[in-house]
Design a protein around this ligand. Structure first.
Ligand code: MNI
Length: 485
């Protein structure tokens, strides 16, 4: 829709802004109205599981935007940064950005040293008990769309064919998606031009190389097959049910020849779906033995938030409507893809905006209630992130430091986290052990915290991790942890 609605050639900035404003208004109106009509959906999705079949609740960051255009493809990150966020917010998950250009710098040549560097970082997380999802990142196709400028990221320059079409300038980065040269780079990748069938084969093979490298690393729980896919001149269901689903199937088939256990996470197209329109993504068949390990990885960026100035007044109401619609569509998609888990691979905002932390709370509450994993965008320092440029904690740190059950032997249902208590639904099995993260302001003291537990017995306290070990009572369906004894 935006493809047709926005001028491609040169034009005044004001007229483009104006046109974008109309497109935005239409999408917002459509999304909010459709929210009123949306049907009811099932309450929770299943969670990802680890090697021992434990249900996992995953809370963490996308890490990090700094990897997008760094020469080595790595984010600015040291082991102490992982320790720090773990101590400050109790995160147990990371969506770690990797890139095709770094994996395959020349056609058919894979950079094992880059993969060593990624593996080293995976170890930093693994040593601290994290689960890692590797995210094959791209925005605007790749750095090659305008040589010498760090506009896009992801694809290698050798795989970038703009066919001499122009890429004009914008001050909003998203608008570069509409430039003819960028559209053509994607059309060549998806082989809509018929000129480059080899590009997707390279992408599939690059994934196979990554999977070969990480299949034996238990901390790597998932592969996010493509960040924010974009169809070039093909948009919506025509793209998502067509070339996108078919590429996901090819990657899945290829990865499963070397890795039969890591979860594969499918993203819908970014345009529209990030704003709550429905996705046309089709189901992908997992050839592994046993139950499929496919998950759905949408992003959430309500347009009214970008257009309006924060989460207050009318904007708040519009954002709430958008989130409700997004939730309904996400639940229906998860069901359609085969009752798959959902990883909210990105959501985030400038937390200096009024009401921002209330929005963060609302999204975490939704994820708790419906069983989604979260990777907040992003771990980078700045006004969206948990730390400022000097490394000082920002307001987001407190907002994200919430109690949650990290894992349960069995199944886990809805979670409700409040200052006066944490409740979660369970269906225990095996050793019935549940591990629960408790922030310092929930349960004071460095020693064993003073909490009252029902539905389970306290069987341990890991002081450094602030992790309470529980053994769920046989037949219990709910566990409650309250501060105070
Ligand atoms: O906001 C977007 C986004 C808007 C529009 C489009 N198209 C027009 C195709 C695509 C994407 N993305 C949000 C965030 N995603 C990246 C990282 O994946 C972040 O830098 C953005 O804030």
């Amino acid at each position: 829709m935006v493809d047709r609605g926005l001028p491609r050639g040169p034009g005044s900035r004001r007229s483009r802004r104006w046109t974008l404003g109309i497109v935005v208004a239409l999408v917002v109106a459509g999304v909010v109205v459709s929210g009123v009509r949306s049907a009811t959906s099932p309450d929770e999705v299943p969670t990802l599981t680890d090697d021992e079949g434990r249900a996992l609740v995953l809370r963490g960051f996308s890490t990090a935007g700094s990897a997008k255009s760094s020469p080595d493809g790595l984010p600015t990150l040291r082991p102490r940064d992982v320790s720090r966020e773990n101590a400050d917010m109790g995160t147990n998950f990371v969506r770690f950005l990797i890139s095709w250009r770094a994996v395959e710098p020349r056609p058919g040549e894979y950079d094992q040293r880059y993969l060593d560097d990624v593996a080293e970082r995976v170890d930093w997380y693994a040593e601290r008990g994290y689960h890692v999802m590797l995210d094959m990142h791209q925005d605007l196709y790749g750095g090659g769309i305008v040589p010498g400028e760090a506009l896009g990221n992801g694809a290698p320059a050798w795989a970038t064919y703009t066919d001499g079409l122009p890429v004009g300038q914008h001050d909003m980065w998203e608008l570069y998606y509409l430039e003819p040269g960028v559209v053509r780079a994607f059309d060549n990748f998806w082989n809509a031009t018929g000129a480059h069938p080899e590009l997707q084969e390279h992408y599939v093979d690059a994934w196979k190389v990554v999977a070969e490298r990480f299949t034996d690393e238990p901390a790597v729980i998932a592969y996010d097959l493509m960040n924010e896919p974009y169809g070039g001149s093909l948009q919506g269901p025509a793209f998502e049910a067509g070339p996108l689903t078919s590429l996901y199937q090819s990657i899945t088939d290829e990865i499963r020849t070397v890795d039969d256990s890591t979860w594969l996470c499918l993203e819908p197209q970014a345009m529209g779906v990030n704003w709550a329109t429905p996705t046309g993504l089709g189901p992908v068949d997992d050839p592994r033995e046993g139950p499929a390990r496919i998950a759905y990885c949408p992003h959430l960026y309500p347009l009214p938030m970008d257009v309006g100035g924060g989460y207050t007044g009318t904007t708040k109401a519009l954002v709430d409507g958008t989130v409700r619609t997004w939730l309904g569509n996400t639940m229906r998609t998860a069901e359609r893809l085969g009752d798959v888990p959902v990883v909210l691979g990105e959501f985030g905002l400038d937390t200096t905006k009024p009401g921002a932390l209330e929005y963060v709370d609302a999204v975490y509450d939704m994820a708790d209630e419906h069983g989604f994993a979260i990777a907040y965008w992003s771990r980078d320092p700045g006004t969206w992130g948990p730390y400022d440029a000097k490394g000082e904690p920002r307001n987001l740190v407190d907002a994200l430091d919430r109690p949650y059950p990290r894992s349960v032997a069995g199944e886990i249902g809805s979670i409700e986290a409040a200052e006066d208590g944490l409740e979660f639904e369970v269906q225990p099995s095996g050793d019935r052990v549940a591990r629960v993260y408790l922030p310092p302001d929930f349960a004071a003291g460095a020693g064993r915290p003073e909490v009252t537990v029902s539905g389970a017995k306290v069987t341990g306290w890991h002081r450094k991790e602030r992790e309470l070990e529980l053994t769920v009572d046989t037949g219990a369906t709910e566990v409650e942890v309250r501060p105070g004894s």
